[in-house]
Design a protein around this ligand. Structure first.
Ligand code: TYD
Ligand code: MG
Length: 455
Protein backbone atom coordinates (compact mmCIF):
# COMPACT_ATOMS: atom_id res chain seq x y z
CA UNK A 1 0.00 0.00 0.00
CA UNK A 2 1.32 3.41 -0.91
CA UNK A 3 2.23 5.63 2.01
CA UNK A 4 0.07 8.60 2.90
CA UNK A 5 1.76 11.77 1.76
CA UNK A 6 1.59 15.42 2.52
CA UNK A 7 -0.23 17.78 0.20
CA UNK A 8 -1.43 21.34 0.54
CA UNK A 9 -5.12 22.18 0.51
CA UNK A 10 -6.57 25.63 -0.04
CA UNK A 11 -8.80 26.70 2.82
CA UNK A 12 -10.80 28.90 0.43
CA UNK A 13 -11.57 26.68 -2.55
CA UNK A 14 -10.44 23.23 -1.39
CA UNK A 15 -8.06 22.89 -4.33
CA UNK A 16 -4.81 21.01 -3.73
CA UNK A 17 -1.19 21.45 -4.62
CA UNK A 18 1.72 19.04 -4.14
CA UNK A 19 3.89 21.80 -2.72
CA UNK A 20 3.39 24.90 -0.66
CA UNK A 21 2.71 28.05 -2.65
CA UNK A 22 1.95 31.57 -1.49
CA UNK A 23 -0.93 31.80 -3.92
CA UNK A 24 -3.53 29.12 -4.54
CA UNK A 25 -3.12 27.89 -8.12
CA UNK A 26 -6.87 27.27 -8.35
CA UNK A 27 -8.62 30.29 -6.92
CA UNK A 28 -5.73 32.73 -6.64
CA UNK A 29 -6.22 33.44 -2.92
CA UNK A 30 -3.09 34.31 -0.97
CA UNK A 31 -1.75 32.40 2.04
CA UNK A 32 -4.55 29.88 2.10
CA UNK A 33 -2.64 26.65 1.42
CA UNK A 34 -2.53 24.48 4.52
CA UNK A 35 -0.67 21.25 4.96
CA UNK A 36 -2.88 18.16 5.00
CA UNK A 37 -2.56 14.43 4.52
CA UNK A 38 -3.40 12.81 1.20
CA UNK A 39 -4.32 9.21 1.87
CA UNK A 40 -2.94 6.40 -0.21
CA UNK A 41 -5.95 6.32 -2.51
CA UNK A 42 -4.61 9.57 -3.87
CA UNK A 43 -7.50 11.73 -2.78
CA UNK A 44 -8.01 13.50 0.49
CA UNK A 45 -10.35 11.25 2.40
CA UNK A 46 -13.41 12.85 3.83
CA UNK A 47 -12.47 13.10 7.46
CA UNK A 48 -16.07 12.55 8.50
CA UNK A 49 -16.45 9.45 6.35
CA UNK A 50 -16.41 7.13 9.32
CA UNK A 51 -19.14 9.13 11.03
CA UNK A 52 -21.65 8.09 8.40
CA UNK A 53 -22.37 4.70 9.85
CA UNK A 54 -26.02 4.38 8.89
CA UNK A 55 -26.36 4.01 5.18
CA UNK A 56 -30.08 3.42 5.03
CA UNK A 57 -32.55 6.16 4.23
CA UNK A 58 -35.44 6.41 6.65
CA UNK A 59 -38.63 8.44 6.80
CA UNK A 60 -38.27 11.15 9.42
CA UNK A 61 -41.56 10.31 11.10
CA UNK A 62 -40.48 6.68 11.52
CA UNK A 63 -37.25 7.51 13.29
CA UNK A 64 -37.60 7.24 17.01
CA UNK A 65 -36.81 10.56 18.61
CA UNK A 66 -34.87 9.34 21.59
CA UNK A 67 -33.64 11.94 23.95
CA UNK A 68 -29.89 12.03 24.33
CA UNK A 69 -28.66 10.60 27.57
CA UNK A 70 -26.58 13.06 29.56
CA UNK A 71 -24.26 12.45 32.43
CA UNK A 72 -24.09 15.40 34.81
CA UNK A 73 -20.57 16.51 35.65
CA UNK A 74 -21.56 17.31 39.21
CA UNK A 75 -20.89 21.01 38.66
CA UNK A 76 -24.24 22.65 38.18
CA UNK A 77 -22.97 25.71 36.33
CA UNK A 78 -20.96 23.59 33.90
CA UNK A 79 -23.92 21.27 33.33
CA UNK A 80 -26.07 24.29 32.59
CA UNK A 81 -23.87 25.32 29.64
CA UNK A 82 -23.42 21.76 28.45
CA UNK A 83 -27.19 21.35 28.28
CA UNK A 84 -27.42 18.96 31.22
CA UNK A 85 -24.14 17.11 31.17
CA UNK A 86 -21.76 15.26 28.91
CA UNK A 87 -23.00 13.11 26.06
CA UNK A 88 -21.62 9.80 24.87
CA UNK A 89 -19.46 10.36 21.79
CA UNK A 90 -19.83 14.11 22.12
CA UNK A 91 -16.91 16.40 21.43
CA UNK A 92 -16.68 19.59 23.46
CA UNK A 93 -14.27 22.42 22.73
CA UNK A 94 -13.52 24.70 25.62
CA UNK A 95 -11.61 27.85 24.78
CA UNK A 96 -10.32 30.79 26.72
CA UNK A 97 -7.34 32.95 27.53
CA UNK A 98 -4.36 31.28 29.16
CA UNK A 99 -4.66 31.25 32.93
CA UNK A 100 -8.42 31.76 33.04
CA UNK A 101 -9.16 28.38 34.62
CA UNK A 102 -9.75 25.82 31.87
CA UNK A 103 -7.47 23.15 33.34
CA UNK A 104 -8.78 23.81 36.84
CA UNK A 105 -12.42 23.41 35.87
CA UNK A 106 -11.84 20.29 33.81
CA UNK A 107 -9.79 18.58 36.48
CA UNK A 108 -12.55 19.29 38.99
CA UNK A 109 -15.18 17.98 36.58
CA UNK A 110 -13.19 14.83 35.78
CA UNK A 111 -12.74 14.11 39.46
CA UNK A 112 -16.49 14.35 40.14
CA UNK A 113 -17.22 12.15 37.14
CA UNK A 114 -14.67 9.61 38.34
CA UNK A 115 -16.27 9.64 41.79
CA UNK A 116 -19.64 9.07 40.12
CA UNK A 117 -18.24 5.86 38.65
CA UNK A 118 -17.19 7.05 35.20
CA UNK A 119 -13.84 6.14 33.74
CA UNK A 120 -11.85 9.27 33.04
CA UNK A 121 -8.59 10.19 31.34
CA UNK A 122 -6.78 13.50 31.54
CA UNK A 123 -4.23 13.93 28.76
CA UNK A 124 -1.86 16.73 29.61
CA UNK A 125 0.44 18.24 27.03
CA UNK A 126 1.23 21.44 28.85
CA UNK A 127 2.05 20.30 32.33
CA UNK A 128 3.80 17.25 33.69
CA UNK A 129 1.98 14.63 35.71
CA UNK A 130 3.58 16.09 38.83
CA UNK A 131 2.21 19.54 38.08
CA UNK A 132 -1.26 18.12 37.55
CA UNK A 133 -0.95 16.26 40.85
CA UNK A 134 0.09 19.47 42.57
CA UNK A 135 -2.98 21.22 41.20
CA UNK A 136 -5.25 18.38 42.28
CA UNK A 137 -3.89 18.63 45.86
CA UNK A 138 -4.48 22.35 45.79
CA UNK A 139 -8.04 21.67 44.70
CA UNK A 140 -8.47 19.33 47.64
CA UNK A 141 -8.83 16.26 45.41
CA UNK A 142 -6.46 14.20 47.51
CA UNK A 143 -7.39 10.68 46.60
CA UNK A 144 -8.37 11.41 43.03
CA UNK A 145 -8.61 8.32 40.85
CA UNK A 146 -8.50 10.30 37.59
CA UNK A 147 -6.06 8.67 35.14
CA UNK A 148 -3.40 11.04 33.83
CA UNK A 149 -1.38 10.70 30.65
CA UNK A 150 1.38 13.17 29.85
CA UNK A 151 1.59 12.85 26.07
CA UNK A 152 1.48 15.09 23.04
CA UNK A 153 1.75 12.66 20.18
CA UNK A 154 -1.62 12.04 18.59
CA UNK A 155 -1.04 8.42 17.59
CA UNK A 156 -0.02 7.50 21.14
CA UNK A 157 -3.02 9.30 22.57
CA UNK A 158 -5.33 7.45 20.19
CA UNK A 159 -3.77 4.11 21.15
CA UNK A 160 -4.22 4.91 24.84
CA UNK A 161 -7.84 5.92 24.29
CA UNK A 162 -8.36 2.63 22.54
CA UNK A 163 -6.68 0.60 25.26
CA UNK A 164 -8.21 2.39 28.25
CA UNK A 165 -11.71 2.93 26.82
CA UNK A 166 -12.54 5.83 29.14
CA UNK A 167 -16.00 7.38 29.29
CA UNK A 168 -14.59 10.89 29.26
CA UNK A 169 -11.21 12.16 28.11
CA UNK A 170 -9.82 15.68 28.34
CA UNK A 171 -7.10 16.78 25.92
CA UNK A 172 -5.31 19.72 27.52
CA UNK A 173 -4.57 21.34 25.13
CA UNK A 174 -5.26 20.55 21.48
CA UNK A 175 -2.54 23.04 20.52
CA UNK A 176 0.17 20.88 22.05
CA UNK A 177 -0.88 17.70 20.24
CA UNK A 178 0.90 16.79 17.02
CA UNK A 179 0.67 14.05 14.47
CA UNK A 180 3.67 12.38 12.86
CA UNK A 181 1.93 12.52 9.53
CA UNK A 182 2.42 16.25 9.21
CA UNK A 183 5.63 18.19 9.21
CA UNK A 184 4.09 21.42 10.52
CA UNK A 185 4.83 22.45 14.09
CA UNK A 186 2.40 21.59 16.90
CA UNK A 187 -0.15 24.35 17.26
CA UNK A 188 -0.21 25.20 13.55
CA UNK A 189 -3.58 25.27 11.82
CA UNK A 190 -2.77 22.06 9.96
CA UNK A 191 -1.80 20.12 13.10
CA UNK A 192 -4.65 21.42 15.23
CA UNK A 193 -7.22 20.61 12.57
CA UNK A 194 -5.88 17.19 11.69
CA UNK A 195 -5.49 16.12 15.34
CA UNK A 196 -8.95 17.38 16.26
CA UNK A 197 -10.45 15.54 13.28
CA UNK A 198 -8.82 12.28 14.36
CA UNK A 199 -9.94 12.69 17.95
CA UNK A 200 -13.48 13.54 16.83
CA UNK A 201 -13.55 10.40 14.74
CA UNK A 202 -12.32 8.38 17.70
CA UNK A 203 -15.06 9.87 19.89
CA UNK A 204 -17.80 9.02 17.41
CA UNK A 205 -16.46 5.53 16.82
CA UNK A 206 -15.91 4.53 20.44
CA UNK A 207 -18.47 6.63 22.29
CA UNK A 208 -15.94 8.36 24.51
CA UNK A 209 -16.79 11.97 25.29
CA UNK A 210 -13.79 14.10 24.39
CA UNK A 211 -13.18 17.56 25.74
CA UNK A 212 -10.62 19.59 23.80
CA UNK A 213 -9.00 22.55 25.50
CA UNK A 214 -7.99 25.40 23.20
CA UNK A 215 -6.12 28.55 24.11
CA UNK A 216 -7.33 31.71 22.55
CA UNK A 217 -4.30 33.29 20.99
CA UNK A 218 -3.81 36.88 20.02
CA UNK A 219 -1.17 36.34 17.35
CA UNK A 220 -1.24 34.03 14.36
CA UNK A 221 1.56 31.64 15.38
CA UNK A 222 -0.77 29.28 17.20
CA UNK A 223 -4.05 28.28 15.65
CA UNK A 224 -6.90 29.48 17.81
CA UNK A 225 -9.85 27.29 18.79
CA UNK A 226 -12.03 29.01 16.19
CA UNK A 227 -10.67 26.78 13.43
CA UNK A 228 -12.27 23.81 15.24
CA UNK A 229 -15.70 25.21 15.96
CA UNK A 230 -17.35 23.56 12.98
CA UNK A 231 -15.96 20.11 13.81
CA UNK A 232 -17.15 19.72 17.37
CA UNK A 233 -20.60 19.33 18.93
CA UNK A 234 -20.31 21.92 21.66
CA UNK A 235 -18.22 25.08 21.89
CA UNK A 236 -17.74 26.76 25.24
CA UNK A 237 -15.72 29.89 25.89
CA UNK A 238 -14.42 31.25 29.13
CA UNK A 239 -14.96 34.95 29.59
CA UNK A 240 -14.08 37.36 32.31
CA UNK A 241 -11.23 39.33 33.59
CA UNK A 242 -8.37 37.19 34.92
CA UNK A 243 -7.87 39.88 37.57
CA UNK A 244 -11.37 39.58 38.91
CA UNK A 245 -12.70 36.63 40.79
CA UNK A 246 -15.56 35.79 38.47
CA UNK A 247 -15.45 33.68 35.34
CA UNK A 248 -18.17 33.10 32.82
CA UNK A 249 -18.46 30.07 30.60
CA UNK A 250 -20.63 30.68 27.59
CA UNK A 251 -22.02 28.12 25.14
CA UNK A 252 -21.46 29.43 21.61
CA UNK A 253 -22.63 26.30 19.86
CA UNK A 254 -24.37 23.26 21.26
CA UNK A 255 -25.80 20.38 19.31
CA UNK A 256 -27.16 18.98 22.57
CA UNK A 257 -28.58 22.04 24.27
CA UNK A 258 -29.32 25.73 24.24
CA UNK A 259 -26.76 28.27 23.11
CA UNK A 260 -25.99 31.51 24.80
CA UNK A 261 -26.49 29.85 28.13
CA UNK A 262 -23.88 30.92 30.61
CA UNK A 263 -22.34 29.38 33.66
CA UNK A 264 -20.88 31.61 36.33
CA UNK A 265 -17.96 30.63 38.52
CA UNK A 266 -15.84 32.26 41.18
CA UNK A 267 -12.14 31.41 41.34
CA UNK A 268 -11.32 30.59 44.93
CA UNK A 269 -8.33 29.24 46.80
CA UNK A 270 -9.65 25.77 46.07
CA UNK A 271 -10.59 26.06 42.43
CA UNK A 272 -13.71 27.19 40.64
CA UNK A 273 -16.98 27.27 42.53
CA UNK A 274 -20.33 27.73 40.81
CA UNK A 275 -22.25 30.92 41.52
CA UNK A 276 -25.89 29.99 41.40
CA UNK A 277 -27.25 33.49 41.88
CA UNK A 278 -25.03 35.73 39.77
CA UNK A 279 -27.41 38.65 39.23
CA UNK A 280 -25.47 41.23 41.23
CA UNK A 281 -21.83 40.32 40.65
CA UNK A 282 -21.21 42.72 37.78
CA UNK A 283 -21.99 45.87 39.71
CA UNK A 284 -19.30 48.00 41.23
CA UNK A 285 -20.24 49.40 44.59
CA UNK A 286 -20.52 53.15 44.48
CA UNK A 287 -21.60 54.73 47.77
CA UNK A 288 -23.20 57.55 45.81
CA UNK A 289 -24.07 57.60 42.10
CA UNK A 290 -21.19 58.73 39.88
CA UNK A 291 -21.33 60.29 36.40
CA UNK A 292 -20.87 57.91 33.48
CA UNK A 293 -22.37 54.84 35.11
CA UNK A 294 -25.64 53.17 34.16
CA UNK A 295 -26.85 49.75 35.23
CA UNK A 296 -28.62 47.54 32.69
CA UNK A 297 -30.33 44.19 33.01
CA UNK A 298 -29.02 41.67 30.55
CA UNK A 299 -30.59 38.30 29.95
CA UNK A 300 -28.07 35.65 29.11
CA UNK A 301 -29.51 32.22 28.63
CA UNK A 302 -32.12 31.73 31.29
CA UNK A 303 -31.04 34.18 33.96
CA UNK A 304 -31.27 37.95 34.15
CA UNK A 305 -28.13 39.70 35.38
CA UNK A 306 -27.45 43.27 36.31
CA UNK A 307 -24.38 44.73 34.67
CA UNK A 308 -22.95 48.17 35.16
CA UNK A 309 -22.01 50.00 31.99
CA UNK A 310 -19.40 52.69 32.48
CA UNK A 311 -18.55 55.46 30.07
CA UNK A 312 -15.90 58.11 30.09
CA UNK A 313 -16.12 61.03 27.71
CA UNK A 314 -13.10 63.27 27.69
CA UNK A 315 -11.83 65.90 25.29
CA UNK A 316 -9.82 64.17 22.60
CA UNK A 317 -7.15 65.18 20.13
CA UNK A 318 -7.57 65.71 16.39
CA UNK A 319 -8.77 62.16 15.88
CA UNK A 320 -10.79 61.24 18.97
CA UNK A 321 -10.79 57.65 20.09
CA UNK A 322 -13.70 55.28 20.57
CA UNK A 323 -12.87 52.30 22.73
CA UNK A 324 -15.07 49.65 24.20
CA UNK A 325 -14.42 46.74 26.50
CA UNK A 326 -17.04 44.01 26.56
CA UNK A 327 -19.26 45.79 24.06
CA UNK A 328 -19.18 45.98 20.29
CA UNK A 329 -17.08 48.88 19.00
CA UNK A 330 -18.92 49.31 15.72
CA UNK A 331 -22.15 49.48 17.62
CA UNK A 332 -20.65 52.18 19.83
CA UNK A 333 -19.87 54.29 16.77
CA UNK A 334 -23.43 53.82 15.60
CA UNK A 335 -24.91 54.77 18.96
CA UNK A 336 -22.81 57.94 19.06
CA UNK A 337 -24.19 58.93 15.67
CA UNK A 338 -27.76 58.26 16.84
CA UNK A 339 -27.12 60.28 20.01
CA UNK A 340 -25.94 63.20 17.96
CA UNK A 341 -28.60 63.10 15.32
CA UNK A 342 -31.66 62.34 17.42
CA UNK A 343 -30.85 63.57 20.90
CA UNK A 344 -28.51 66.45 20.08
CA UNK A 345 -25.68 65.02 22.18
CA UNK A 346 -22.41 65.65 20.33
CA UNK A 347 -19.21 63.76 21.12
CA UNK A 348 -17.42 64.46 17.84
CA UNK A 349 -14.35 66.02 19.42
CA UNK A 350 -14.33 63.76 22.47
CA UNK A 351 -12.62 60.49 23.33
CA UNK A 352 -15.29 57.97 24.28
CA UNK A 353 -14.53 54.88 26.36
CA UNK A 354 -17.15 52.37 27.43
CA UNK A 355 -16.75 49.33 29.62
CA UNK A 356 -18.96 46.54 30.91
CA UNK A 357 -17.86 45.98 34.51
CA UNK A 358 -16.25 42.69 35.56
CA UNK A 359 -15.00 41.55 32.17
CA UNK A 360 -18.43 40.39 31.06
CA UNK A 361 -19.13 40.56 27.34
CA UNK A 362 -22.52 41.83 26.25
CA UNK A 363 -23.59 41.04 22.74
CA UNK A 364 -27.28 41.84 22.97
CA UNK A 365 -28.46 45.17 21.60
CA UNK A 366 -30.57 45.67 24.73
CA UNK A 367 -27.47 47.36 26.16
CA UNK A 368 -27.88 50.33 23.78
CA UNK A 369 -29.99 52.53 26.01
CA UNK A 370 -27.72 52.06 29.03
CA UNK A 371 -24.62 52.79 26.92
CA UNK A 372 -26.16 56.01 25.59
CA UNK A 373 -27.32 57.16 29.01
CA UNK A 374 -23.90 56.43 30.52
CA UNK A 375 -22.18 58.42 27.76
CA UNK A 376 -24.52 61.38 28.17
CA UNK A 377 -24.10 61.25 31.94
CA UNK A 378 -20.31 61.34 31.62
CA UNK A 379 -20.36 64.13 29.04
CA UNK A 380 -22.54 66.28 31.27
CA UNK A 381 -20.77 65.25 34.46
CA UNK A 382 -24.13 64.44 35.99
CA UNK A 383 -24.84 61.08 37.63
CA UNK A 384 -28.00 59.14 36.91
CA UNK A 385 -30.43 58.89 39.84
CA UNK A 386 -29.78 56.43 42.64
CA UNK A 387 -31.22 52.96 41.99
CA UNK A 388 -31.55 53.60 38.25
CA UNK A 389 -31.61 50.95 35.53
CA UNK A 390 -32.26 51.04 31.79
CA UNK A 391 -32.35 48.62 28.91
CA UNK A 392 -33.58 48.57 25.32
CA UNK A 393 -32.27 48.49 21.80
CA UNK A 394 -31.92 51.79 19.96
CA UNK A 395 -32.40 51.89 16.20
CA UNK A 396 -30.86 54.21 13.63
CA UNK A 397 -34.04 56.26 13.49
CA UNK A 398 -33.78 56.93 17.22
CA UNK A 399 -36.56 54.53 18.16
CA UNK A 400 -36.27 52.46 21.32
CA UNK A 401 -37.08 48.82 20.63
CA UNK A 402 -38.15 46.21 23.15
CA UNK A 403 -35.82 43.65 24.65
CA UNK A 404 -36.91 40.02 24.96
CA UNK A 405 -38.50 39.04 28.28
CA UNK A 406 -38.61 42.54 29.70
CA UNK A 407 -40.78 41.57 32.67
CA UNK A 408 -38.22 39.16 34.01
CA UNK A 409 -35.52 41.79 33.73
CA UNK A 410 -37.59 44.34 35.60
CA UNK A 411 -38.51 41.89 38.34
CA UNK A 412 -34.86 41.01 38.90
CA UNK A 413 -33.96 44.70 39.17
CA UNK A 414 -36.75 45.27 41.68
CA UNK A 415 -35.61 42.26 43.66
CA UNK A 416 -32.14 43.77 43.97
CA UNK A 417 -33.53 47.04 45.24
CA UNK A 418 -33.47 49.19 42.09
CA UNK A 419 -36.20 51.81 42.13
CA UNK A 420 -36.29 53.68 38.78
CA UNK A 421 -36.31 52.16 35.31
CA UNK A 422 -36.33 53.58 31.80
CA UNK A 423 -37.46 50.88 29.39
CA UNK A 424 -38.96 50.50 25.91
CA UNK A 425 -42.71 51.07 25.77
CA UNK A 426 -43.40 47.50 24.68
CA UNK A 427 -41.59 46.20 27.76
CA UNK A 428 -43.71 48.17 30.23
CA UNK A 429 -45.55 45.66 32.44
CA UNK A 430 -49.33 45.79 32.66
CA UNK A 431 -49.29 45.46 36.41
CA UNK A 432 -46.99 47.70 38.44
CA UNK A 433 -43.92 46.10 40.01
CA UNK A 434 -43.51 46.79 43.73
CA UNK A 435 -40.88 49.39 44.51
CA UNK A 436 -40.02 50.15 40.87
CA UNK A 437 -41.08 53.33 39.09
CA UNK A 438 -41.16 52.48 35.40
CA UNK A 439 -40.84 55.07 32.65
CA UNK A 440 -41.73 53.65 29.26
CA UNK A 441 -40.24 55.42 26.25
CA UNK A 442 -40.49 55.09 22.48
CA UNK A 443 -37.62 57.31 21.40
CA UNK A 444 -34.12 58.13 22.55
CA UNK A 445 -34.88 61.86 22.99
CA UNK A 446 -37.81 60.85 25.19
CA UNK A 447 -35.47 58.77 27.35
CA UNK A 448 -33.12 61.75 27.69
CA UNK A 449 -36.09 63.91 28.71
CA UNK A 450 -37.11 61.42 31.40
CA UNK A 451 -33.59 61.34 32.82
CA UNK A 452 -33.43 65.15 32.88
CA UNK A 453 -36.78 65.36 34.66
CA UNK A 454 -35.59 62.88 37.27
CA UNK A 455 -32.82 65.39 37.97
P1 TYD B 1 -5.62 27.28 34.91
O1 TYD B 1 -6.73 26.33 35.15
O2 TYD B 1 -4.24 26.74 34.94
O3 TYD B 1 -5.82 28.08 33.57
P2 TYD B 1 -5.78 27.58 32.05
O4 TYD B 1 -5.76 26.11 32.05
O5 TYD B 1 -7.03 28.18 31.48
O6 TYD B 1 -4.57 28.19 31.45
O7 TYD B 1 -5.81 28.45 35.97
C1 TYD B 1 -4.75 29.01 36.53
C2 TYD B 1 -5.10 30.20 37.39
O8 TYD B 1 -6.03 29.90 38.39
C3 TYD B 1 -3.84 30.58 38.08
O9 TYD B 1 -3.66 31.97 37.87
C4 TYD B 1 -4.05 30.25 39.49
C5 TYD B 1 -5.52 30.22 39.66
N1 TYD B 1 -5.99 29.21 40.62
C6 TYD B 1 -6.65 29.61 41.77
O10 TYD B 1 -6.85 30.81 42.02
N2 TYD B 1 -7.12 28.66 42.62
C7 TYD B 1 -6.94 27.33 42.42
O11 TYD B 1 -7.38 26.49 43.23
C8 TYD B 1 -6.23 26.93 41.24
C9 TYD B 1 -5.95 25.48 40.95
C10 TYD B 1 -5.78 27.88 40.38
MG1 MG C 1 -4.16 24.90 31.40
Amino acid sequence: MAKDKTIYTCSECGGTSPKWLGKCPHCGAWNTLIESVAHSEGVVKNRFASLAKTAEVAVLADIEATDIERTPTGHEELDRVLGGGIVEGGVVLIGGDPGIGKSTLLLQALDSLQRAGKKTLYVTGEESGAQVALRSRRLGLDHSQVRVLAEIQLEKILTTLDAQQPDVAVIDSIQTVYSDQLTSAPGSVAQVRECAAHLTRAAKASGVCIVLVGHVTKEGALAGPRVLEHMVDTVLYFEGDTHSQFRLVRAIKNRFGAVNEIGVFAMTERGLKGVSNPSAIFLSQHAEPVPGSCVMVTLEGTRPMLVEIQALVDSGGPSPRRLSVGLDRDRLAMLLAVLHRHAGVACMDQDVFVNAVGGVRISEPAADLAVMLAITSSLRGKPLPKGFIAFGEVGLAGEVRPAPRGQERLKEAAKLGFSVAVVPKANAPKKPIDGLAIHAVERIEEAMGVVRSLG
